[in-house]
Design a protein around this ligand. Structure first.
Ligand code: GLY
Length: 361
């Protein structure tokens, strides 16, 4: 398979590379060994990913460099991004004698990456961290940029930190074993980059719908690398989300987080983003930022990729705006949205009138 694509994330002393390849899990040992001395590698994964053998492949490659590697596997699913699982992991690392020269390696999707990073940021006041994302959602978004954390029952990602990893290794082949809903969920984040941030990527996606649906490796490698490049640029300029630039990565997310909570986290994040992006586009039409043609083009695009566009049954719009005010992106209790202004461009709009949402989207 073709060569690796290396995407640098330039953040001074916290700089790192994202390596996008195919069948490259076995190269992690070499990648990690550059950061010696390392006392041990703690590999965090979930039961589904562990069954597929990815964590073992990572452990073997690390062990070949002489670094002791052990696997810790937890229950799969958003429910594991909790204070209870974090407490169990802190205790386990202590019992296993893990010290500050250890590296925590997350092998899995967004939950494992966010939770693993949170443990690395907090255990022993911080150990080093490495990301091996194996879902599309984690490869294009959550493994890049250093946001780590856990959920509170009524607020997603509410407790956490910024911790940049030592590196990110992406093996595109792992996408072949993803269940369909997980793959679609990743596509929900991919469309975010195209629709709200990069018109060229949007056009590439629109002209390759069939290959995307068939999980063509060459196309996916280009898409994942493009998304990482777009995100790396934004993170480089606004690492801690203080200037209003990084927040633009959240197209559809204000709606998505509220829908996820109302579904008891049963609705997958990227599918919630897909619905949230359509709600954001509908709101943008109401505010006169885009026209119906834009909305229709986006609807057609989501449908061609098998992505949901309608809000789930039972969504209470009044409750939705209440949850949105509690979202961590909300400031001074105002409703804030990233809204499209055209294909590949968006704006952060503050203080949206709640009645525009409460009459349904
Ligand atoms: N997922 C949005 C961000 O990393 O800022």
């Amino acid at each position: 398979m073709s060569a690796l694509r290396i995407i640098p994330v330039s953040l001074g002393t916290r700089s790192y590379d994202i390596e996008v390849g195919s069948e490259n899990l076995k190269q992690i040992g070499t990648f990690l060994a550059a950061f010696q001395p390392i006392s041990s590698a703690v590999i965090l994964t979930d039961e589904n990913v562990n069954r597929l053998g990815y964590a073992h492949r990572v452990a073997e490659s690390i062990a070949e460099t002489g670094i002791d590697a052990s696997i810790f596997s937890i229950a799969a699913g958003e429910q594991s991004k909790s204070i209870e699982t974090a407490a169990t992991l802190w205790e386990t690392l202590l019992e296993e004698g893990i010290d500050r020269k250890a590296v925590l390696v997350s092998v899995g999707g967004g939950v494992i990456g966010d939770l693993g990073g949170f443990i690395a940021a907090t255990y022993a006041r911080g150990i080093r961290f490495f990301q091996v994302p194996t879902t599309l959602l984690a490869q294009v978004d959550s493994s890049v940029g250093g946001k780590v954390g856990i959920d509170l029952p009524k607020a997603k990602n509410m407790v956490g930190a910024f911790l940049q990893p030592l590196g990110v290794l992406i093996d595109i082949q792992t996408l072949q074993t993803l269940p369909d809903d997980q793959y679609r969920s990743g596509l929900g984040e991919v469309i975010k980059y195209g629709v709200s941030l990069d018109a060229e990527l949007f056009q590439f996606l629109e002209t390759n719908i069939e290959k995307i649906n068939l999980r063509d490796i060459v196309i996916l490698k280009r898409i994942v690398a493009d998304c990482c490049r777009i995100k790396a640029k934004i993170v480089t300029e606004d690492e801690f989300e203080t200037t209003g630039y990084r927040v633009l990565l959240n197209y559809g997310h204000t709606f998505a987080h509220a829908f996820e909570i109302q579904s008891g986290f049963k609705l997958l994040h990227g599918l919630a983003v897909s619905i949230g992006a359509i709600c954001a586009a509908r709101l943008a039409v109401r505010l006169g930022l885009v026209d119906e043609t834009f909305l229709q083009r986006q609807l057609d695009f989501h449908q061609a990729l098998g992505l949901p566009t309608e809000v789930p049954n039972g969504i209470d719009w009044h409750q939705t705006t209440g949850l949105m005010r509690r979202d961590k992106k909300s400031e001074f209790g105002k409703l804030r949205f990233v809204l499209p202004t055209g294909i590949g461009s968006c704006r952060l709009i503050d203080d949206v009138d709640p009645s525009l949402i409460e009459r349904g989207l």
